[in-house]
Design a protein around this ligand. Structure first.
Ligand code: ADP
Ligand code: ZN
Length: 747
């Protein structure tokens, strides 16, 4: 059998590796890599992906080879650079290749069916006919939200996009049309249509933007893989740098891929891409319908749309002739997927750029230490924007030491207050000037735990090893891991003693603001209040319209918002995320504090930031006060080096979960023994920590164990992980084992 007769195929089933099939005579010359095909597998037929010619297996096995049955599409769904990326992902993250490919494809292409062309080629666009929401909409929140979304994205968006951002928007938009506020246009999507090119394009770049753009243009003109870190302080105009780089790639006929953390939270950024590039942009988010995902996929494959802007999973978007990859807010934890294929999209973005020979830009005000270390080693080139646009000053940051500045006694409620006099004074002063305030606390609910005053027992979830959070608005205690809610217990279960409400959440902060500053219009933004994309958009829009004075919220308020009215940002408690048993706790704290502080003073009025803490000596707190990112990073990197944590070590976590505590423990020990036996020579430096119960030892009634592997390089870890993956077929199915390579979550 000649090699040209043999095909390497990934099968769309949860099985490891690639399989060899015979190319039947009728199909010779009709196959190209990346095509979806039909193959016999086991006793049935399965979807397969032709990856290229295969080398002949040993004689004895080739007799059993089966033929490819059918080709399901003319032009391949997967472009060559994407095949390379998916192979890398399967190998690196130890996940079956066929499943990796299926998770990248739109649902319309994951069935063993002949490819259908996605309709429509005609798309409906909603166009706002006003530039702000008129007063008559005050009593129509749904219409107001739909209009707010449209205005936020530049006044014009496909109907479909508004409809996933805001459920029910089709109906709502019709009402807006009746009111004469919105128009619906029907358009045939034609390639190369660039609308509103001049819209919002600043005439002049700042000198720093100009220098960064020049370097990127040179890199794009030269071509080839060139990675950059764009380290720009908050408000320095990073987005404009991305836009100019995308323009240049387009001028060379090349496509761009732009990854952003969350689209619902950053409609402004999407709007800027849309208003600059019009129909050249596909916006890819988790709310897309199957047909729309297929439509975008096909448009990108055909090259009729050349820019993809999207969340994590867009790293797999089939952008043709890829010239540029951008990862905005590259430090953001949302780039790590925490189930199934546990990939880090920022890392895959760099791999993809390398395979495609593209320029890649990782942008952030607070780069991850991994990216920073790559820059220090000379792997990435650094572009810096140290100043804000228009010479706006960075906000001044000051500390409120809660050990000295005791909050005053409460007026009504029995709980200890949390807002100190300096904070309350600053808030009242800001509101009196007609300016706005953001209050940040990274915990939702009212009180984060209930504890017995007599015996000290805290109220825990019956299914999870975590304390229940008291939510006053629902009058319930809720588990933030499994979501179970119970009525509030009146007494301790152990000793019937009275229960104290301890630990502060956003609900309680909101109540305290309302009580202390009655004239303030307060709202809360967290996962409890922003129950839908509709509410979220409406709340952000209402804050932008200055109908709210004080916005209290979790990390949702820290993301890339650009609210010019905000001149005061208060961090209610800087310490909350420091105590988490995770080696990245300090880094996350620094990032969050810096990002939320960056919301202050983005307009013409200067901003200030007040940070309440019980730990003024903690390094992330001290450094963020003086905008000392470099100093923080330097010290944290030294600490990581001493303790052998990433970026100086590569890690993999093996996690186990099972109903039975004994069985899970026994499987964990079994895997521990297996790893110990399979350990490479000591000189490779691979180390095993555990098996041990996970820091949260039970979730949803399932016991959790983990093993951590550390090694100087991923290459030292890879053979061991491959053997471990092969071993997992022997594990009883009652215990679920997952391998998490380069893990983010440590709990
Ligand atoms: P970052 O992402 O770095 O925090 P943005 O990209 O959101 O900052 O830019 C901050 C603000 O400055 C935006 O409102 C943007 O439109 C504006 N901006 C950016 N570049 C310029 C420029 N060269 N001239 C005027 N305004 C600019
Ligand atoms: Zn629970």
């Amino acid at each position: 059998m000649s090699p040209s007769n043999l095909a390497s195929v990934a099968v769309g089933r949860p099985v490891r590796g690639e399989f060899t099939y015979v190319v039947p005579e009728g199909l010779t010359g009709r196959l190209s890599p990346g095509q979806r095909i039909l193959v016999p597998f086991g006793r049935s037929m399965s979807l397969g992906f032709f990856l290229g010619p295969a080398t002949p297996p040993p004689e004895a096995e080739s007799v059993k080879l089966k033929p490819i049955m059918k080709v399901l599409e003319d032009s391949p769904s997967l472009p060559p650079d994407l095949i390379a990326l998916l192979r890398f992902a399967a190998e690196h993250y130890r996940y079956p290749l066929g499943e990796v490919i299926k998770s990248a494809l739109p649902p319309g292409l994951t069935k063993a069916e002949v490819e259908k062309e996605a309709k429509p080629d005609v798309q409906e666009f909603a166009v706002a006919l006003v530039t702000e929401a008129p007063a008559i909409l005050r009593r129509a929140p749904a219409q107001s939200a739909a209009l707010a979304y449209l205005l936020a994205v530049g006044g014009r968006a496909p109907l479909e996009e508004v409809a996933h951002a805001i459920p029910g928007a089709r109906e709502t938009l019709r009402k807006l049309v009746e009111r004469g506020l919105v128009r619906i246009d029907e358009e045939v999507i034609a390639p190369g249509v660039k609308e509103g090119l001049a819209q919002g394009r600043p005439e002049q770049l700042t000198p720093e933007q100009d220098a960064a753009v020049k370097e990127l243009h040179t890199a794009i003109d030269t071509g080839g893989f060139q990675p950059f870190l764009l380290h720009g302080v908050t408000g320095s105009g990073k987005t404009e740098v991305y836009l100019r780089a995308v323009e240049r790639a387009l001028a060379h006929g090349k496509g761009s891929l732009v990854l952003v953390p969350e689209i619902a939270l950053t409609p402004q950024l999407v709007g800027r891409f849309r208003s600059r590039f019009g129909a050249e942009v596909a916006v890819l988010h988790s709310g897309l319908k199957d047909r729309e995902r297929l439509f975008h996929w096909q448009a990108l494959r055909k090259g009729t749309v050349r820019i993809a802007v999207g969340v994590r999973s867009a790293v797999f978007a089939p952008v043709e002739n890829l010239g540029l990859v951008v990862v905005d807010e590259e430090h953001d934890p949302s780039f790590k997927q925490e189930d199934k294929l546990r990939y880090q999209a920022r890392d895959l973005a760099v791999v993809r750029a390398k395979q495609a020979g593209a320029v890649v830009v990782l942008g952030s005000a607070t780069p991850s230490l991994e990216t920073l270390e790559n820059t220090r080693r000379g792997r990435y080139r650094k572009l810096e924007l140290k100043n804000r646009v228009d010479d706006r000053p960075m906000p001044t940051i000051s500390l409120v030491d809660l050990r000295q500045e005791r909050p005053r006694e409460p007026l009504v409620h029995e709980e200890a207050p949390i807002l100190s006099p300096p904070l309350l004074d600053a808030m009242a002063e800001t509101i009196a000037k007609g300016q706005q305030v953001i209050l940040f606390l990274n915990r939702r609910g009212h009180s984060t735990f209930l504890i017995c005053e007599v015996c000290g027992t805290s109220v825990k979830c019956s299914e999870c090893d975590v304390c229940l959070t008291y939510h006053r608005s629902q009058n319930r205690v809720v588990c933030h891991y499994c979501g179970v809610a119970h009525p509030v217990p009146e007494h301790c279960r152990e000793c019937t003693g009275p229960l104290l409400k301890m630990g502060i959440g956003t609900e309680r902060v909101e109540a305290e603001v309302a009580e202390r500053i009655p004239q303030a219009r307060v709202a809360r933004l967290d996962r409890d209040s922003a129950t839908s994309a509709e509410r979220l958009t409406e709340m952000l829009a209402s804050f932008a319209r200055r109908e709210i004075d004080v916005l209290v919220g979790t990390q949702m308020v820290a993301k890339g918002h650009d609210f010019p009215g905000v001149t005061l940002v208060c961090v209610v408690m800087a310490d909350t995320s420091l105590a988490i048993p995770d080696f990245r706790a300090a880094e996350r704290t620094f990032h969050l504090l810096t990002q939320v502080a960056g919301r202050a003073g983005r307009g013409k009025d200067p901003g200030r930031v007040l940070v309440q803490t019980y730990n003024p000596e903690a390094d992330p707190v001290k450094r963020m006060l003086v905008h000392d990112f470099d100093g923080f990073a330097q010290r944290e990197l030294e600490r990581r080096k001493v303790l052998a944590w990433p970026p100086y070590t590569r890690m993999a976590a093996v996690r186990l979960e099972g109903e039975s505590a004994e069985q899970t423990a026994s499987v964990a020990r079994q895997l521990g023994d297996f790893i110990t036996r399979q350990m490479p020579p000591a000189s490779w430096g691979v180390r095993l920590l555990g098996p041990a119960l996970a820091p949260i030892s039970r979730i949803r009634g399932r016991t959790r164990w983990q093993l951590l592997l550390k090694a100087p390089t991923h290459a030292a870890l890879a053979p061991l992980l491959a053997r471990l993956e092969a071993k997992l077929v022997d594990i009883p199915s009652a215990v679920r084992v997952t391998i998490d390579v380069d893990p983010a979550a440590m709990l």
